[in-house]
Ligand binder design. Sequence first.
Ligand code: IVH
Length: 669
Amino acid sequence: MTTTEAKKEIARLSELIDHHNNLYYQRHTSEISDYEFDQLLKQLLQLEDQFPTLRQPDSPTQRVGGAITKNFETVVHQYPMLSLGNTYSLEELTEFDKRVSKGLGNESYEYFCELKFDGVSISLIYEEGILVKGVTRGDGVRGDDVTANVKTIRNIPLKIKRKNIPKQFEVRGEVFLSRSNFRQLNKEREDIGEEVYANARNTASGTLKMQNSAEVARRKLDCNVYYLLGENLEIETHADAISKLEQWGFNVSPTYSKVGDINEVFGYINSWEKKRLDLPLETDGVVIKINSLLQQRKLGFTAKSPRWAISYKYKAESLSTQLKDITYQVGRTGAITPVAELQPILLSGTTVKRASLHNANEIERLGLRIGDYVFVEKGGEIIPKVTSVDMSKRDNSKSKPIKYITACPECKTPLIRHEGEASHYCPNENGCPPQIKGRIEHFIQRNAMDIDSLGEKTINQLYHLGLVKSPADLYDLTKEDLAKLDGFKELSIKNLLTGIVNSKEAPFEAVLFALGIRYVGKTVAEKLAKHFKTMEALSEASYETLLEAPEVGEKIAESLIHFFKNKDNRKEISRLQKAGLQFTLIEKEQHKLSNSLDNKSFVISGVFENYGRDELKALILAHGGRVLSGVSGQLDYLLAGDNMGPAKRQKAEKLGVQIISEKEFEQML
Ligand code: IVH
């Protein structure tokens, strides 16, 4: 393909992908399947890899991330990012209204009400319609340049597809993790034995500051915008700004409302108090703004916040109830979660009986005693929280201190606590019932072996009947075994057996994920499969060899070593192999892109601006080159990124190996 042809094809694919993105994120419909969409994106990625100079800053491939930011550059905000005054009562709001009225003399005025989204604020700078910078609030005067991460947020337009837009403008909004994405993220973390995050807001904030934008993309942040700034915007009211933002393709929450006076503001506040709990994201109040921009300017700012806007915070419904007892749950990975057993209480429309206490530290932090009265709150999450002890009702003679358990409540094995971790663990991996059942549930899930005719209830029965004690037992199940299950008739037996047989087709990376090795999630499993290619190579890899694989750090390497050292695990793996599961990577036919690197060998070292290391590796292979692991006299090029070890450089220099930069490499293609 010539450069001109490539340019045309890149433009065609970009436009097509933008079209489907727009349908999906703005209009919530779709014309093609997720798979077809991914294929289009893959084609574009491949072309951009082949012709790196043709990669556009607003290319839809930016959405998948990949860029690594080592240090976030500090950016001074053109307009400082102020905070809002807070009010907690309708009286305080009436005071605000009086101040506004006074400030505006006898003029009449309108308000604009929005919900206060609970995330982190972001400033988005557009030039010539293209998103050029995304900056965090920082201290309000200067923030961090997190552009690469912001570009992964699907509902932030990379380019405004409209004529007559101002040369430069700034949009502000709130970046957040929706309730469902937050829940999903925690589910995945729990599944691989990572500690779960406590709240969506802090997680969104931490995610926005991650160095690896591919990980940011995976976490699926969202953004609601609520502010347009710049010169010559041709808008007179905040309502105009909001409607412009909507037209330009930004995501504006449809919950806003223009209202006449402060009484209507009260109406808005009341109408959203309960309804807001059903929104896809957490909100903690209402922001009330003066609609006219001229009047906004008249009212001006104090040192910290505008005089033309204020926020009203909803009181989180919090009630006090008695802590009856603490019970302990054992997860799939052996992690222990203490649970508060409460005197049932009606809270925001549902009866609350239990609340998670996370870990021993949390119990200590709260200073809990059994018999205490505690305040319970329902945040955005479904599981309520214990926020504090109701000290006014403490009675030392009737309450008693909590002794955290030292043995597993299920199998009595003494618990352990790893250094630096908050949770206690039951180490009896292969003998503790909830861990065994959890491992089977993990094994059959959709991303793993995908045996969808098997649910939690059936697994429980299979376990109690002694038929399945490990995933490999599934492959020995017979018709006669299944006939012993409640409600299993000919058809359901056949379905389950077919499901089990079909699972043998699941690819190697799915098998690897299914094994439930701690810290080996779906993405890591994919990288491991790609790198080691066979179960044998992976299971025999040394700690050092493991560390050479992409995305593998010390924690994962240790976990893999620990897993493959275990005799029971080895036996299980060999049984799974005999059952016919895929233990080898089936490599998709690599499309050769050119012969430009034929017969040339490379060692990749350090961190790169535009590519991940495995991306570089794929690129070299696709252009006919080879990737070696160590510097030797035979090596042609040492591809050097930042922070490359000095030893490698010295060795290459001594052996006369050419050292090239990322830029020089791009030119070779
Ligand atoms: S307007 C001059 N509108 O709340 C202030 N802010 O406490 C302009 N926030 O930093 C902010 N939802 O991060 C505005 N609908 C909304 C908002 C909102 C959430 C956040 C924002 C701001 C903070 C101020």
